[in-house]
Write a protein that binds this ligand. Structure first.
Ligand SMILES: Cc1cc2nc3c(=O)[nH]c(=O)nc-3n(C[C@H](O)[C@H](O)[C@H](O)COP(=O)(O)O)c2cc1C
Length: 166
């Protein structure tokens, strides 16, 4: 059993649900999991970290980048996995696009073990300008099965890391 932190950055809350779904699956695999907004994490007192952010203009939210900068030493010493939530297109999301250049640069010092891109959500009543709403796909493109499968693959890697003699 590992103590796992799932830390996330969100602007319009949909990434919180992604983080919660990942956390639930790791809990089901027997781990002790905290799901926290990046800004609420004071100390990285965990065995493993999953860090994710919503994507805006191909960039992680600034609070996620600040989290990396603040905790880089602790993160370098732990197994870390990253996720981005963004694409407002099911097919694109299903292709698991690579981490964006900006996000890759911001997270490079961590040496993370993996990254996954999940589909996002733009609610019809999102508090954004009419121009933004007219130029982005409205809908929920989050694939819960894909998130849970990814979380299970992390649980399997953690089990391997926790095997005696590893
Ligand atoms: C102005 C704007 C810009 C966006 N830019 C991107 C982008 O560059 N790449 C992407 O995959 N998704 C992009 N999205 C989609 C968001 O990442 C998606 O809605 C996500 O689920 C938002 O997460 P949040 O609700 O946690 O803030 C954008 C959405 C908006 C409204």
């Amino acid at each position: 059993m590992s103590r796992v932190l799932v830390a996330y950055a969100t602007k319009l809350s949909s990434t919180r649900d992604v983080a919660e779904a990942i956390g639930e699956e790791l809990r089901a695999a027997g781990h002790e999991v905290d799901v926290r907004l990046v800004g609420e994490v004071r100390q990285i007192d965990y065995d493993a970290v999953i860090l994710g952010s919503a994507l805006y203009a191909a960039t992680w939210l600034s609070e996620a980048n600040r989290f990396v900068a603040r905790h880089v030493a602790a993160l370098q010493a732990l197994p870390v996995w990253l996720f981005s939530s963004g694409p407002l297109d099911s097919r694109l999301a299903a292709s698991n696009p690579p981490i964006t250049r900006h996000a890759a640069e911001a997270t490079a010092p961590i040496g993370a073990r993996g990254h996954h891109t999940f589909g996002g959500r733009l609610a019809p009543d999102a508090p954004l300008s009419p121009q933004v709403m007219a130029t982005h796909a409205i809908g929920d493109f989050r694939n819960w099965a894909a998130m849970r499968a990814w979380a299970r693959s992390i649980a399997a890697e953690l089990a391997e890391l926790n095997r005696p003699g590893q």
